[in-house]
Design a protein around this ligand. Structure first.
Ligand code: NAD
Length: 338
């Protein structure tokens, strides 16, 4: 039995405690240090994990030799600085989504992680959800057929972030799922959005991505919706998949519905479209929390020096799309190459 990997966690606001809970519950990791500049927050979370050493000084945590890996759940604007310092201190790094606040920052982190030979994993949490794993299996296994469209809606009365808009906050989820399922980056993006609070940050946005070969994706993110919707619909020529994160009993549905296209008897002029209305199947999925899989995968990657499913390279691809979306937003919805 190997010793668990000692992890230091920085940022104990809304999301950080979920990392602490999962790193603490996993048998392959242990929470060695906790850090937050807010001493009240540090004390509140620290009380629940008394075995962990607490500090408001990040440098102190990085200097601790027993800390093998650092998990960063601070605001996006701080990701680059905190991740860079951790890598330079020889720690493996798990960083929250998005990897960084710009492509330049993300590139630097990916290159640094390679240079110092440390694991860099981005918390693209949905890649660890059994529903998304099943979707990937169905897509790769050819069951879905040719991919035709993605329609993803992620809306609710969301927590306003101070340093990023709704695109940088929520769209990394949808974009990382799409990146995982589709083997190529988008060619271009059109993004429109609107800001409704004093922050000046967009709180509602619509992204349209063109992947070439007639494959389009639409992502709608919104912090103002009174209803919570988490619909990820993937249309294929053979089957279509609906992933509804909120439908606990049937998170994934596989539809044998769509169109079949044939030519008329002459086979030249007329195209005939007929509708297929077959079964809807909901595959059995295990109910384990995705974050639990993620922390265990992180520990595996650290132990075996392997590349994470959601490594720095994927983080960089997502930041490239986010930056292109930002350019499109600021140009009033211009089409921007990715
Ligand atoms: N994976 C997910 O599903 C998910 C969900 C929510 C948030 N997040 C990500 O988690 C990160 C944090 O978001 P949040 O909503 O928890 O924010 P938050 O503002 O609630 O918490 C951030 C915490 O970091 C602390 N902090 C800030 N700068 C620090 C520093 N330099 N050193 C130490 N502590 C510092 C703050 O005091 C605060 O307690 C963001 O990157 C966000 O995108 C991920």
């Amino acid at each position: 039995m190997q010793e668990p990997i000692s992890v230091g966690i920085v940022g104990l606001g809304y999301w950080g405690p979920n990392l602490v809970r999962n790193f603490s519950a996993a048998t392959t990791t242990r929470v060695a240090w906790l850090c937050d500049v807010n001493s009240t927050r540090l004390a509140d979370i620290g009380e629940q994990f008394p075995a962990a050493t607490r500090t408001v000084r990040y440098e102190e945590m990085l200097a601790a030799p027993e800390v093998q890996a650092v998990a960063i759940a601070a605001p996006v604007a701080a990701h680059h600085r905190l991740a860079r310092a951790a890598l330079l201190a020889g720690k493996h790094v798990l960083v929250e989504k998005p990897l960084a606040a710009s492509v330049a920052e993300a590139v630097e982190l990916v290159e640094l992680a390679k240079r110092v030979d440390r694991v860099l994993l981005v918390d693209h949490i949905f890649l660890y959800s059994p529903a998304v794993r099943k979707m990937a299996e169905l897509v790769l296994g050819g069951e879905v057929g040719d991919l035709l469209f993605v329609d993803s809606v992620r809306i609710n009365l969301g927590l306003f972030q101070h340093d990023v808009n709704v695109v940088w906050d929520l769209a990394p989820h949808d974009l990382s799922i799409i990146d995982y399922l589709i083997d190529r980056p988008p060619r271009s993006i059109v993004a429109v959005g609107a800001s409704h609070a004093e922050t000046g940050q967009e709180s509602v946005a619509y992204l349209h991505l063109d992947y070439g070969d007639n494959l389009l994706a639409s992502v709608h993110v919104n912090w103002l919706s009174p209803v919570k919707v988490r619909h990820f619909l993937l249309g294929g020529s053979r089957r279509s998949l609906l992933y509804d994160e909120l439908d606990i009993s049937e998170r994934l549905k596989v539809y044998d519905r769509g169109i079949d296209v044939s030519k008329d008897v002459d086979g030249i002029r007329q195209v005939l479209v007929s509708y297929r209305s077959g079964d809807v199947v909901s595959p059995r999925l295990d109910g384990t929390e995705p974050l639990r899989y993620l922390v265990e995968h992180f520990a595996d990657c650290v132990r075996n020096s392997t590349q994470p499913i959601s490594g720095g390279e994927q983080g960089l691809r997502i930041v490239r799309i986010l930056e292109a979306a930002q350019r499109s937003l600021s140009q009033g919805g211009a089409r921007v190459p990715v």
